[in-house]
Design a protein around this ligand. Structure first.
Ligand code: AVJ
Length: 326
């Protein structure tokens, strides 16, 4: 077997230790699982950008359309003097039009927060073209990153947090409320959250979006195992796992799994793991909850916000909600 000895994008030592600990916990659990936040190394971030180009995956285009349409109204409602922080900016393509609308009346500071240094580099290039925007990247997880970004706030300035693309869906519903409460605790009354959520739609459309015929999503999912091999010295044999997307109607969520095609044993030395797989056993790698529009107001209230406005896309049902911290 040919093995690359150089990681595609090496994590810093502290990050690597956390990755190792999470891989240990996830692969030793009775139901094996890995966190979707580890999808986004340099390769995974590029594969996600490719997913967003797929005709079957309407999420990003819907987000982008709604933001273009609502941008001027969002800017008018929020007024000038805004510090903008984005959780999980990725390459920032969908954010550009909104930043342009917001910076119309004077300069603004934009703090994209992402775990992927590669994505942040691309984000800087994308946003550099928007006049009046000063960009200062934060390479961190969401809430620690938000704490860093919030420290930059000037007297009387309002903080606008962007959480776009439907990423909230990665939390199970109860965990989503918990996360939004923690986010609220990092804000001051009057601060704003612009939240993108993918909406419930026909299961067939969703299944195609998460299991596209060209296999890009399969590659995105399998890259998580490749990353474990690269960064933690694992010996996952990728062809022995199959990508799988399922729709859970009761929980209104897509699940992504990696299914072992045959019984096998996998070693991940840097995580101190030897994991045995039965045939057909899966690693649960992602949850993507889909929301009903009428859940969103209650969600705002439960998290300590009031729901100020909402815009939706009809072509690919998707909602953009503007919430104000109480
Ligand atoms: C970036 C979390 C919004 O759940 O749709 C895309 C990630 N996973 N295809 C999503 C993803 C598979 C995406 N989010």
């Amino acid at each position: 077997m040919i093995r690359a000895h150089v990681p595609a994008s090496p994590s810093c030592p502290a990050r690597l230790a956390e990755f190792a600990a999470d891989v240990h916990e996830g692969l030793c659990a009775p139901r094996k699982m890995l966190s979707p936040k580890y999808f986004y190394d340099a390769v995974g971030s590029a594969l996600f950008d490719a997913i967003c180009l797929l005709p079957e995956y309407g999420v990003l285009r819907a987000d982008d359309r709604v933001l273009r349409r609502a941008g001027p109204e969002i800017a008018a409602r929020l007024g000038p003097a805004t510090l903008v922080a984005e959780l999980g900016s990725g390459s920032g393509t969908k954010t550009r039009s909104l930043l342009a609308a917001l910076s119309g009346r004077g300069g603004l500071t934009y703090r994209p927060i992402d775990l992927s240094a590669a994505a942040l580099q691309r984000c800087r290039r994308e946003v550099a073209r928007v006049p009046g925007v000063r960009i200062a990247e934060v390479e961190a997880d969401f809430l620690p990153g938000l704490a860093v970004a919030g420290r930059e706030r000037h007297e009387g300035e309002r903080l606008l947090v962007l959480f776009l693309g439907g990423t909230l869906g990665n939390f199970e519903r109860p965990a989503a409320v918990g996360f939004l409460r923690e986010l609220r605790a990092a804000l001051l009354p009057g601060d704003a959250l612009l939240l993108g959520t993918d909406l419930v739609k026909e299961p067939d459309r969703l299944l195609l979006a998460y299991d596209d015929p060209a296999g890009v999503t399969a590659a995105f999912n399998l890259n998580l195992l490749a990353r474990i091999n690269r960064e933690l010295g694992g010996d996952f044999h990728l062809p022995a796992f199959a990508h799988e997307a399922r729709w859970d109607d009761g929980a209104r969520r897509i699940e992504m799994h990696l299914r072992a095609r045959e019984p096998q044993r996998v070693r991940v030395p840097a995580a101190g793991v030897v994991a045995a797989f039965e045939r057909g056993e899966t690693i649960w790698t992602e949850t993507s909850c889909k929301y009903e529009e009428d859940e969103l107001v209650a969600l705002a209230r439960a998290a300590g916000f009031r729901s100020e406005a909402r815009w939706t896309d009809g072509e690919w049902p998707f909602a953009e909600s503007l919430w104000i911290a109480d």
